[in-house]
Design a protein around this ligand. Structure first.
Ligand code: A3P
Length: 296
């Protein structure tokens, strides 16, 4: 694999099948496409800023039967790899996954149409977390601002257009969520919502425990609920990305664990933007049976 020059805010996204992705991922596409999934893999799938870190910590704690020490052995970004992650000369997400013992927990932000085809024939499990489009869009804006390896998002108004046109990294929120929702009955997919996890974390965590085929005592479940709360994870150096250099994530611009709430979109959308967004949402999502909670 060729060395990729240092990424910075001037580095443009590249595309695979019209989906914008980070350049090193596109440069490594042949390795990603030929990735071999296994039947006992669990793939955590999310659109960016939908609660990936949160569900990852939950899954990890379940896998470790609530043992905090085991979960804190490594920072979260060194735990389940993103299969599409690439930063040569470091080992890619595929390299890391290939070295993992089974059963593997893996992550991806890829939309269904870009997922390595072996996943569809592997009989593995998929855990999808969806977050309402408006909060996701706001959270992604602040992430774009603080990330030093994603292009400058411009003003909120400029970014608004970029997001609704699906020109952000990993593509359109609408197509991503719709794509995974439409196949939820064809594969072993647990489809969760960020808003449900906020409203009743214990109930949603119990769904994950069952999906993973685990059986945990009530007190362990309660511990997982507590340890994966926003406040705990914001203050936990293993989950809050505080170990990532400022040249990659500048948390003085916006923290990685920012607000962790439902409804922050109301502090960002103008009335006109909200009306326009609703119209576009209807066009793109109107035919699906998906419904999202927009405030708690
Ligand atoms: P905000 O920017 O709205 O605060 P991802 O991990 O997919 O990048 O998602 C990040 C978003 O999930 C951020 O949203 C972050 O604060 C939120 N988040 C992370 N851990 C959380 C938790 N334990 N509870 C609630 N929200 C959480």
């Amino acid at each position: 694999m060729a060395l990729t020059p240092e990424l910075n805010k001037q580095t443009k996204l590249k595309e695979v099948a019209e989906i914008p992705l980070q350049a090193p991922t596109v440069d490594n596409w042949s390795q990603i496409l030929t990735f071999k999934a296994k039947p006992d893999d669990l793939l955590i799938c999310t659109y960016p800023r939908s609660g990936t870190t949160w569900i990852q910590e939950i899954v990890d704690m379940i896998e470790q039967n609530g043992d905090i020490k085991k979960c804190r052995q490594a920072i979260i970004q060194h735990r389940p790899p993103y299969i599409e992650w690439a930063r040569p000369p470091q080992p890619s997400g595929v390299d890391k996954a290939n070295e993992m013992p089974a059963p593997r927990i893996l992550r991806t932000h890829l939309p269904t149409q870009l997922l390595p085809p072996s996943f569809w024939t592997s009989n593995c499990k998929f855990l999808y977390v969806a977050r309402n489009a408006k909060d996701c869009m706001v959270s992604y804006y602040h992430f774009y601002r603080m990330s030093q390896v994603l292009p400058d998002p411009g003003t909120w108004d400029e970014y608004f257009e970029t997001f609704i046109n699906g020109k952000v990294s990993w593509g359109s929120w609408f197509d991503h969520v719709k794509g995974w929702w439409e196949i939820r009955d064809r594969y072993e997919i647990l489809f969760l919502f960020y808003e449900d996890m906020k409203r009743d974390p214990k109930q949603e965590i119990q769904k994950v425990i069952q999906f993973m085929g685990k059986n945990l005592d009530e007190e362990v479940v309660d511990k997982i609920v507590q340890e994966t709360s926003f406040e705990k994870m914001k203050n936990n150096p293993m989950t809050n990305r505080s170990t990532v250099p400022k040249s990659v994530l500048d948390q003085s611009i916006s923290p990685f664990m920012r607000k962790g709430i439902v409804g922050d979109w109301k502090n960002h959308f103008t009335v006109a933007q909200n009306e326009r967004f609703e119209e576009i949402y209807q066009q793109k999502m109107g035919r699906t049976s998906l419904t999202f909670c927009m405030e708690l």
